[in-house]
Design a binder for this molecule. Structure first.
Ligand SMILES: [Zn+2]
Length: 78
């Protein structure tokens, strides 16, 4: 993959990265409860955060910050 704005070659970075870490981290709790045979607490919040992360996290160029993989990147200004 190559950045269309600056021509950077390399892996795009998921942004925001902390949301990705939170999403992974919040699944540890219900999965740990499931592993010990208990009702998975935090399962619904984990699903909610995952849905939020799917919509919020996007890949962007680590060099210039241009979004990657978006077909109409111009309309995604926030
Ligand atoms: Zn770039």
């Amino acid at each position: 993959m190559r950045c269309t704005r600056c021509g950077y070659r390399g892996k795009p970075r998921p942004e925001p990265l902390w949301l990705l870490l939170v999403t992974v981290g919040i699944w540890i709790v219900p999965l740990a409860f499931l592993a010990f045979g208990y009702w998975p607490f935090l399962l619904l919040p984990a699903i909610a955060v995952t849905v939020w992360a799917v919509f919020a996290i996007h890949l962007q160029c680590p060099a210039c910050g241009a979004p990657r993989g978006a077909k109409n990147s111009a309309s995604r200004t926030r």
